[in-house]
Design a protein around this ligand. Structure first.
Ligand code: ATP
Length: 640
């Protein structure tokens, strides 16, 4: 009897190696992605400006148009003031002088608006280009990171750096360029204009304005705490709902629904309280600062009237008072805007630090520099009996794998693999068995160079795998894991994932060989049926068949199978086993087995315990030895 078609559960193809990742890599250390010395504000600014520099034209245009627009806007009150002075009273209006002033006013307002539009457009362009460039860098960086890094960092955090943090930086840049710059220019400009009209009144405005800023800052200080609490609880609530929806079956099975609802109610209540408090406090900000600004406005109006009537402390016309009041009004506004922008900039800088920490993280060790990394030789599987289109061009490489006294540990404190020696002849099926955590998956991680060995060496066809270019090395393997990985797309595209150039016919033949054609043809649109993310409504067995077809199409030389523990119905299981048989035919295969009944006919079984190989041989040999394997096998047999 062939063990690979017998009673055992079935492995799942999750990817070919080119697009794959290791299966057990969800065992993560609590990785913290932060540089030893955090970047200073100056360093962050310099790095942000490096993204702005390639778009210098947009930056300069926006800068110049913002400046011109502000100056023109500041000129408007002067024209209005002059016009007012030409309207002295009933029947005493100097229309001849007023007409050109009104034309001038219209032109200035039009030009200021046009420049404002240009400024806004350029800032948008600049910001979104910077955001695009940052995302490209971050995404490419993640692609260059070693699997050990991905293993050690919560995936949600990495995603958040690429998506949310870059968004925050974009908002900061947008607000910063839009408001900070125009705000600062407005403050400086209005101050100069006010000084040119009346120094004593300008001094009053400058001295009283900080009251408004202090009020805004005080309110922001309290409301920020509540906003932070709101965000924190929102995050917890999101995680809770994700858990609840994602694990609906488990929640129902364990009757956890009521407790989950209680937790939800508690968090939702806290969120409501924090949100209400935050909104209440922040709603005070606007009326509070407006009230103070209006006080300033009234004080300036009173002093202005004194100037007009008594000429003290300085003589002023009615038009002059009107002009000054406009400036006083404009002067205070940007302070509130700048205060808001500073909060936003602080958030953007915090996000930039997180992004740059990711971009600065150590990448995969470089390919060997002393000699060019070897490209994978093209392979003709000697014993491969399938159709010619599934076999590569002829070559001498055969898929021989040797572990030569290999040592490895994830952490210094805890040695894992010790003195591992394995010889897999071309086409052999090697089974790895042993208790959970003994290092079976780790062996596979080393073979693919997701991690590098710390002692000894691994050879593929007589060449140290460290000498291969990683991508070339990985392209020689097909990996079949416990968890299926399917994306939202057609059945055809899911199968063709590892070989995008494959023809329709090749994809369909791979499906036939993987025994997947039966259920695919029953789908509403056959190969063109769109399946949801993760396989949507397909059964576990159907997902596995699709994944097997995917690897079948890639036609790898060596197979790494991490056997699934999940059970599927007997008929589908038989189909999947048959597909596996077809897949493994003539290829060197490493099978991480959990159910020993599935590996009885492996060419060699390696029994691992605590990172060492303690027994090796065929099923019969190991059973007759009466050692650890026999103990394991008999206990499982009894269980089954
Ligand atoms: N990325 C990692 N960082 C640190 N330790 C890890 C990492 N991956 C695995 N380990 C640890 O290494 C040990 C071996 O893990 P491995 O996944 O190789 O075991 P396994 O034999 O495949 O287990 P199982 O049969 O449960 O799949 C375990 O103790 C595990 O916690």
């Amino acid at each position: 009897m062939n063990p690979y078609t017998s009673t055992g559960s079935v492995s799942t193809v999750t990817s070919n190696i080119a697009g794959g990742s290791s299966s057990k890599n969800n065992v993560r250390a609590a990785g913290v992605l932060a540089p030893a010395v955090p970047l200073t504000t100056k360093q962050v600014t310099r790095r942000l400006m490096a993204y702005v520099r390639p778009h210098a034209a947009s930056f300069a245009t926006s800068f110049v148009s913002a400046g011109l627009s502000v100056v023109l806007q500041l000129y408007v009150p002067i024209v209005v003031g002059r016009a007012i002075d030409l309207i002295i009273g009933m029947g005493r209006v100097d229309f001849a002088a007023l007409a050109p002033l009104l034309v001038q006013l219209a032109l200035v307002v039009l030009a200021a608006s046009a420049l404002q539009w240009v400024q806004g457009y350029c800032v948008n362009l600049l910001t979104y280009r910077c955001v695009r460039d940052m995302r490209v860098d971050a995404s490419e960086k993640i692609g260059r990171m070693p699997v050990s890094f991905i293993d050690a960092h919560p995936h949600g955090d990495l995603i958040s750096r690429v998506v949310n943090d870059v968004d925050q930086i974009g908002d900061g840049l947008l607000q910063g360029f839009n408001q900070l710059f125009t705000g600062v220019v407005t403050i400086v400009g209005t101050l100069l204009f006010m000084l040119s009209i009346s120094v004593p009144m300008a001094v009053v405005v400058v001295l009283v304005t900080p009251l408004s800023i202090m009020a805004a800052t005080l309110i922001a200080k309290f409301s920020n705490k509540s906003f932070a609490a709101q965000q924190r609880i929102q995050g917890q609530l999101g995680a809770h709902i994700e858990e609840y929806v994602g694990s609906q079956r488990l929640v129902s099975t364990f009757c956890y629904g009521d407790r989950a609802q209680e937790r939800f109610d508690t968090m939702n209540g806290e969120l409501y309280t924090a949100g209400e408090r935050a909104q209440f406090l922040s709603s005070l900000s606007n009326p509070g600062t407006r009230f103070i600004n209006n006080l300033i406005y009234a004080a300036v109006a009173v002093i202005g009237c004194m100037c007009v009537i008594t000429g003290w402390p300085a003589p002023l016309t009615v038009g002059g008072v009107q002009t000054f009041l406009s400036y006083a009004n404009q002067y205070t506004k940007p302070f509130n805007e700048v205060t808001n922008v500073i909060t936003q900039l602080q958030t953007a800088y915090a996000s930039a630090r997180r992004l740059f920490a990711l971009l600065d993280a150590d990448e995969e060790s470089p390919e060997k520099a002393d000699r060019e990394a070897l490209a994978a030789p093209a392979v003709q599987l000697a014993e491969f009996a399938g159709p010619a289109e599934f076999a590569g061009p002829a070559s001498s490489a055969r898929g021989e794998v040797v572990f030569d006294h290999v040592n490895f540990s994830y952490t210094l404190e805890r040695p894992l693999l010790q003195d591992i020696c394995i010889h897999a002849a071309p086409g052999q099926r090697i089974a790895l068995v042993g208790p959970t955590g003994c290092g079976k998956t780790t062996l596979i991680n080393l073979l693919l160079r997701f991690y590098d060995v710390q002692g000894g060496r691994i050879e593929l066809d007589g060449v140290d795998i460290a000498s291969y270019a990683r991508a070339d090395l990985r392209s020689r393997f097909g990996m079949v894991l416990q968890d299926t990985w399917l994306f939202e797309g057609t059945v055809h595209d899911n199968i063709a994932y590892g070989r995008p150039g494959a023809t329709r016919e090749q994809v369909e033949r791979a499906a036939v060989r993987a025994h997947a054609d039966g259920f695919i043809s029953a789908l509403p649109r056959g190969f063109d049926t769109v399946i949801g993310e993760g396989g949507g409504t397909l059964s576990q067995g159907q997902r596995q068949l699709l994944c097997i077809a995917r690897v079948m199409l890639c036609d790898p030389e060596i197979l790494l199978l991490d056997e699934a523990t999940s059970s599927i119905d007997t008929r589908t299981e038989a189909q999947v086993q048959a597909a596996f048989d077809e897949l493994m035919h003539g290829r060197t295969s490493f099978v991480v087995a959990h159910r020993l009944s599935t590996i009885r006919e492996a060419d060699r079984i390696l029994v691992m315990r605590d990172g060492r190989i303690i027994e090796r041989g065929t099923h019969e040999q190991l059973l007759s030895q009466g050692g650890f394997y026999a103990e394991l096998y008999n206990s499982q047999w009894v269980d089954e």
